[in-house]
Ligand binder design. Sequence first.
Ligand SMILES: CC(C)(COP(=O)(O)OP(=O)(O)OC[C@H]1O[C@@H](n2cnc3c(N)ncnc32)[C@H](O)[C@@H]1OP(=O)(O)O)[C@@H](O)C(=O)NCCC(=O)NCCS
Length: 337
Amino acid sequence: MSLTLGPRVSVRAKISSIGTYVPPKVLTNADLEKLVDTNDQWILERTGIRERHIVEKGVATSDLAAEAAKQCLARRGVAATEVEVIIVATVTPDMLYPATACLVQEKIGAKGAWGFDLSAACSGFVYALQVGAKLVESGAHKKVMVIGADTMSRIIDYTDRSTCILFGDAAGAMLVEPAEPGHGFIGFINEVDGSGGDHLKMPAGGSRLPASAETVEKRLHYVKQEGQQVFKFAVRKMYETCKALLDRHGLTAKDVKVLVAHQANRRIITATAERLGMSEDQVIINIGRYGNTTGATIPLATRDAIESGKLKKGDIVLFAAVGAGFTVGASLWRWEY
Ligand SMILES: CC(C)(COP(=O)(O)OP(=O)(O)OC[C@H]1O[C@@H](n2cnc3c(N)ncnc32)[C@H](O)[C@@H]1OP(=O)(O)O)[C@@H](O)C(=O)NCCC(=O)NCCS
């Protein structure tokens, strides 16, 4: 391996801690069989999902995000008052504004921090992590809390079998801090393709179609997806982006200890890994237990990689995601935690 680093910087960013939160209530495939015309076998074969967690009434995204952030800080032994920036990747903010980041700042007691929400759907966490890394590498900040959190059950139509089987609720957080040169963040590639915007969207509730009796009646405040279009794009772009990023840094798939990919469909992940020439051991798949939790899948899968012993200090990890927009992102890190 001859690792080529990205632009020369005097400080590198590293991920120094992780926290996750999954609400206790479980929605199984058998539960969904009672709501729509579907069955456990179809869901398992086509997506790899067995169950997902969903929130109880009254719980919102900032509640999940704050729990994940608190766990992340406790693990590192860092006080909330030391956090300088909070970035929340989400498509299900508590409200359009104020930003979820502000609500989380108050909930965890991160006095003096600033923050914002980042909207990039399923690529949100990967984008937020890269922004956090660059805030650290610029020398502007030393502790950035990056959170991916979504309460998808609030925007899912549980009469639409093509989408309701896919999604779940969760949050995950990572703390980004300075690292010595040669450690931590290696590089990233991102891309958006707005021509795919119609294939996955929530049509109403924004300035194009504000909430009205008509939008509610037409069920336009729910996720609408053309699954096959999204699937084809995801399989192609996930591979192309990972390959381009590895090539840019003089690495091959063998140099990567684990691929932590966004969990939208088991088949998208395995197809990407196969095309990259990765073994089963190099891939984290936990979609069976959580479904697609949008902003939270990458931290949830990273936590599993650590707990299963697949990801250790010094290993190279490849994060990759494709989401609504379309958005595409991948980043390479030397794991320092
Ligand atoms: C949604 C997805 C699982 C559907 O799988 P698919 O293999 O593409 O299935 P199709 O949509 O072609 O549907 C195949 C058949 O199954 C049926 N079907 C769809 N949902 C079903 C369900 N929950 N249960 C049973 N049958 C279902 C369809 O009606 C269709 O029936 P028909 O052949 O009689 O018309 C898949 O397209 C996917 O994962 N897409 C990408 C999702 C994604 O990544 N989203 C987030 C981006 S981050």
